[in-house]
Design a protein around this ligand. Sequence first.
Ligand SMILES: Cc1ncc(C[n+]2csc(CCOP(=O)(O)OP(=O)(O)O)c2C)c(N)n1
Ligand SMILES: [Mg+2]
Length: 663
Amino acid sequence: MASRVDLANAIRALSMDAVQQANSGHPGAPMGMAEIAEVVWNQHLRHNPTNPDWANRDRFVLSNGHGSMLIYSLLHLTGYDLPIEEIKQFRQLHSQAPGHPEYGYTKGVETTTGPLGQGIANGVGFALAEKLLANQFNQPGHEIVDHSTYVFLGDGCMMEGVSHEACALAGTWGLGKLTAFWDDNGISIDGHIEGWYTDDTAKRFEAYGWHVIPNVDGHDVDAIEAAVQAAKKVTDKPTLICTKTIIGKGSPNKCGSHDCHGSALGLDEVKATREAIGWPHEPFVVPQEIYDGWNAKAKGAKLEAEWNAKFDAYAKAFPELAAEFKRRTSGQLPANWKSYTEDFIKQVNEKAEGIATRKASQNAITALAEILPEFLGGSADLTGSNLTGWSKAKHVHAKEPGNYISYGVREFGMFAIMNGVALHHGFIPFGGTFHMFSDYAKNALRMAALMKQRTIAVLTHDSIGQGEDGPTHQPIENTAGLRYIPRMDVWRPADSVETAISWVAAVERTDGPTSLVLSRQNVAGYKHNEADFASIRKGGYVLAEAEGGKADVIIIGTGSELDLAVKAQGELAKDGIKARIVSMPSTNVYDRQDQAYKDSVLTPGVKRVAVEAGVTDFWRKYVGLEGAVVGIDTFGESAPGGVLLKHFGFTVENVVKTVKSVL
Ligand SMILES: Cc1ncc(C[n+]2csc(CCOP(=O)(O)OP(=O)(O)O)c2C)c(N)n1
Ligand SMILES: [Mg+2]
């Protein structure tokens, strides 16, 4: 039988050899965390390599994602579908072992990590989702949702502010099934960390309300085991296990130094390491007995079979709940979704209220929440401004799970946690903040897009129209910036109908996040032709055709500025200029339509003017160099919104003047 030393050394060997072969990568962290990984994966992690999607599996997050060879070694050794050929192709094009762990590329990777600090925040999201789902579905004697989340994180994650935001909330929420292992190796890229990281990390986490186990020797499997046992005993607090490790342990000349953080050890040092750790095998060769020591397939199949039996008993006792659990965790929408939302949109259209789109958004949330128990709403301390709350929402507290979260003033933490919630399955998370502060959270929004996750950002106060708060609070480039994120759908609806439709589209999306960019101020309320509903879903459509059908010019408007375009149409008509009005709530969605449809909206050869209270460059793509944009390329000012819009040229007169200038 393989010894535990050999089991850990298999991680070391695979990691250093794969990095050496690629001549790129990070051997230090995997070699330093090998014993911790062995204890967690061999003794504790409840998973089934044959079915990485088993609903009640424990979740594992490698927040220090640069140590990707650690997770690839673990997946390979325990029997996931990650053959040694893929490990040999580490970091090469189309390998299932990419540079950093990428969700969707490698079976068993629960979340994409590498942007430091976000993995632990995702882990908080996983643990939160578990707790809330358990509360909604478990019944006495039927604990069908019962799993843990394990996170490895390094000094880099600790230094990143987002770890503070997320870990503070984990303490507040009392996420007892979250266990994090801090790889306390005293090294980051620039060297020994004394010059830039002197926090008392144990005290910091104690202050958050975590259960902290300090000073564990990260190379002593018994000490690690004892710490995990202690963590399991504390069920009302997350646990941080502070493990002292030596980066690159096993490498005689490079261990303990930043030299082994992010580059291959070199052939001589790889050889010396083989000798030092007693690993005589060729690169990528793992003896069968070591594979046998790691293989978790039989154990995993048994765990899943036991759970299946449990679930069957649950389904017998609570057939409706069981069906609902399956629906929720597979991401399906309720059976009445289509008819319900169609009716809702019709009702909104009938009212055609001239309200702020943030208010229209709240109306949509309220209506959709009636049939979406999977909604997990929230705001970064702006519930009353973002209008993300609804009357029946129930706040999440440590001892009182619900479906609405006050995240506090933590935009980045909120969206990173939401990514974990979405990846867990069972919920559709949405979170609000002022659009301006989407920048604080931008990388988490990007990660949602990269991982194709259904998260919804409710970004209100979307332009200088927000008014008195002034330039610090007035988005200028933000909407364009979000539109540039691949796979992010940005909607900037112009009225209550477009807002309702954008919410429906966001919820129906299965391959990425949506940002809803919403006004603080009231906007016009249009009564739409019902045939338009399908066109609105296309992201851009003809709201008002030019008289007689043949347009001299096309005016494109979005959001609160669409009405300027509509009014300009009438003014221009007085001078015999026929303008077509195009509403373009989502350029991203419009861009995906077929050419014939796009041409029917923006007819080639017809001059165009775009009107949006944001940067003008973005619109050049649609208006060309011969067109014009009524936009804003400077910071705003502090004044009432209406005054500012006028001051910066968002008037019917200016739109008319601009149109005439291009004809
Ligand atoms: C947000 C972010 N900033 C910077 C980096 C680049 N980077 C990768 S690893 C690393 C140092 C991490 O130090 P630590 O977590 O202690 O890892 P160790 O060297 O101990 O493996 C940095 C700065 C990153 N991946 N993510
Ligand atoms: Mg470190």
